[in-house]
Every structure is written in structure tokens, then in C-alpha cells.
Design a protein around this ligand. Structure first.
Ligand SMILES: *Cc1c(COP(=O)(O)O)cnc(C)c1O
Length: 225
């Protein structure tokens, strides 16, 4: 049985409160495939922010989560499912294409809400991952920030799976440099969401201020179930 409480305590202790830039580092618990009981245990242990990947799971569990944590959507989002999330998600991390941004904008405007979003960057240029290329980041932010009812608060990235730490540092640093460049144009920028169970230390050292952690809190996910 995974000791969620101990894991949360350890993480909250070991994740530095601030990154080298002096910004507060926010821990988002990645809750995909976790039952509400486990999520509630994590929240009681001190988790303030939770992030979902699947709309169906989000809907099913929405009313069962206690303690009113801040809600993030971190997974790939199908355009036709946006309608189920509007007004319920505090920050969308995974805005990885224009038609998703347009749908979020349209639905948010119709509902009279302002949706906070991050623009996802495919920093490793991986075919398996969504997101804009690093060299498209300026254009993407410009186009998306001009849409009504959206508040672009920063960038999100997933580093590639590799043991090459030097490469990972290089990519994470490129993300931070792009974030800083864009922050000059968008003073509301606040979040660089980068780092998971395996690479969060490196990411925070390179300037991430929001990490999304699942396995290190809840244990390995049971994909066989
Ligand atoms: C699952 C997931 C995470 C957390 O991954 P772990 O390796 O379990 O910490 C972070 N971000 C996204 C987008 C995810 O889908």
C-alpha cells in the first residue's frame, strides 16, 4: 500500500519553496487513474493543486474531491470535450494547437468566464507529443493571447524520456529562456509548468516554477486494471 501521506510530506519538504529565480514553486498532483479516496488523502496531507488528464475521469470524480483544491487540466484535450470543463478548471496546461485555443475561447466567452491557460511547447520535437515548436512559441502566444476570454499565463512542456542529463538541462534551460523572453511581452506570465516524478529536480533547477507529479505521490499507475 502506497504511503501517500509520507510521499506528500517528503515531496513538500524536498521541493524547494522557490526556484533559482526566486519564484514560488507549485506542486500539482497528477491524479490520472487515481480513485477519489487516494486524491483526498493527498489533499488532506497538504496537496493544494490537482491535475487531471481525462475529461471522463474529471467529470466522474469532480464532486467527490474534498477540500476544494485548485484544479488543473494537464492532459491532451479533445476539442469536443472542452464544454465539460469550462468554469471548472483553474488552469489548462495543455493548449497545444490553435483549434483547441479557439474552442476554449468560444466556450469561455459564451459562459462568461475567463479561462487561464498555458501554451504547450513540444520541447523535444517528439512525434508522440503535442505542442508548438519552440520557434513557434511567439506566434502561438500572440495569436492565442488575442482570443477573447483567455488569459495566457505561461508555458508548459514535457521533457523527452532520456537518461542524457546534459540534454535535459539544455532543453529545460531553453524553455526557461523562452519563458523569460515572452514574459517581457506578456507581464501576466506567471507559470512555467515543467517537471514530473523523474525530472522535477532538474526542471526546478533550470527555472520551472510548477511541477506535475503523479507516481512519486501515488505509486506506479496500474495500467493493467
Ligand atoms: C501523468 C502526467 C504527469 C505525472 O507523471 P509522473 O511521472 O507519474 O509523475 C505529469 N504531466 C502530465 C501531462 C502527465 O500526463
Amino acid at each position: 500500500m502506497t504511503d501517500i501521506e509520507q510521499n506528500v510530506e517528503n515531496l513538500l519538504k524536498s521541493i524547494p519553496a522557490h526556484n533559482p529565480q526566486g519564484e514560488k514553486v507549485t506542486l500539482v498532483a497528477a491524479v490520472k487513474m487515481q480513485p477519489p479516496e487516494s486524491i483526498n488523502r493527498a489533499v488532506r496531507a497538504g496537496i493544494t493543486d490537482i491535475g487531471d488528464n481525462h475529461v471522463q475521469e474529471f467529470k466522474e470524480k469532480y464532486d467527490l474531491i474534498e477540500g476544494a483544491p485548485t484544479r488543473h487540466f494537464i492532459g491532451h484535450l479533445q476539442t469536443n470535450k472542452v464544454k465539460y470543463l469550462i468554469g471548472k478548471v483553474d488552469l489548462y496546461h495543455s493548449v497545444d494547437r490553435y483549434n483547441l485555443a479557439e474552442e476554449l475561447s468560444k466556450r469561455s466567452a459564451a459562459a462568461g468566464v475567463l479561462s487561464n491557460i498555458l501554451v504547450q511547447i513540444n520541447i523535444g520535437n517528439e512525434e508522440s507529443k503535442g505542442g508548438f515548436g519552440l520557434d513557434e512559441a511567439e506566434d502561438a502566444c500572440k495569436t492565442i493571447a488575442a482570443l477573447p476570454a483567455l488569459n495566457v499565463l505561461g508555458l508548459m512542456a514535457m521533457l523527452p524520456f532520456t537518461d542524457d542529463e546534459e540534454k535535459l538541462r539544455e532543453l529545460a534551460t531553453l524553455m526557461r529562456e523562452k519563458y523569460d523572453l515572452l514574459k517581457g511581452a506578456y507581464p501576466q506570465f506567471k507559470y512555467l509548468s515543467m517537471g514530473m516524478s523523474g525530472d522535477w529536480r532538474l526542471c526546478v533547477e533550470c527555472g520551472s516554477n510548477m511541477v506535475r507529479i503523479g507516481t512519486a505521490i501515488f505509486g506506479p499507475r496500474d495500467y493493467g486494471a
